[in-house]
Write a protein that binds this ligand. Structure first.
Ligand SMILES: [Mg+2]
Length: 186
């Protein structure tokens, strides 16, 4: 199968790292579990939006972002089983080089640039399944959908976009193994 996988908060723990950065730099005391909405700025009412998103523009930030537990071993296993894996991310071009070198290729060295697709229009990409934590990314698209559970998407009913909620990378492996046995798309 062609597996499309989101990067932020699926392959790695971006929210956690941004919360930690902002607490350190701006003296806030927010926990990543306080981030219950897609808009991270809502969890930092005392900071401006520019401050909240400033970590992404700090060259030293990306090396502080941790991979999601199990993501590397499960992705490697899926590739070994013959699946094609593409990272599909809406990352901004301004931060791309640092983000790829210090985060994606550092923790997932078996992936290369030929398997990275940068777009904010994920519904236009062809594939058999998309794994994403963003409800807006799971609207439309001709692939099957897995919603990666995060505190910021728990108020979203994944069934309305025909997605299955998965709670960790073992859950992703399980769902993809099931899909591989059942032909057809969404
Ligand atoms: Mg994401």
């Amino acid at each position: 199968m062609v597996i499309l996988v989101d990067m932020d908060d699926v392959l790695e723990q971006l929210v956690e790292a941004m919360v930690k950065y902002n607490n350190t730099h701006y003296g806030t005391d927010v926990h990543s579990y306080d981030v219950v909405e897609w808009n991270l700025a809502k969890a930092f009412p005392t900071l401006t939006r520019e401050m909240v998103y400033s970590p992404e523009y700090d060259e030293d930030f990306w090396s502080t972002v941790e991979p999601m537990p199990g993501a590397d071993t499960v992705l490697q296993r899926l590739i070994d089983e013959g699946h094609e894996v593409y990272v599909v991310t809406a990352s901004t071009y301004e931060t791309l080089k640092q983000k790829m070198d210090d985060l994606l290729f550092r923790w997932f060295p078996f992936l290369d640039w030929e398997h990275v697709i940068i777009t904010s229009n994920k519904h236009m990409i062809n594939g058999d399944v998309l794994i994403d934590d963003g409800p807006h990314n799971l609207t439309g698209g001709s692939y099957r959908k897995l919603l990666f559970d995060r505190p910021h998407n728990r108020s979203f009913d994944e069934k309305i976009v025909g997605a299955v909620r998965v709670y960790d990378w073992d859950g992703i492996y399980e769902q993809i193994s099931l899909m591989a046995k059942t032909p057809g798309k969404a």
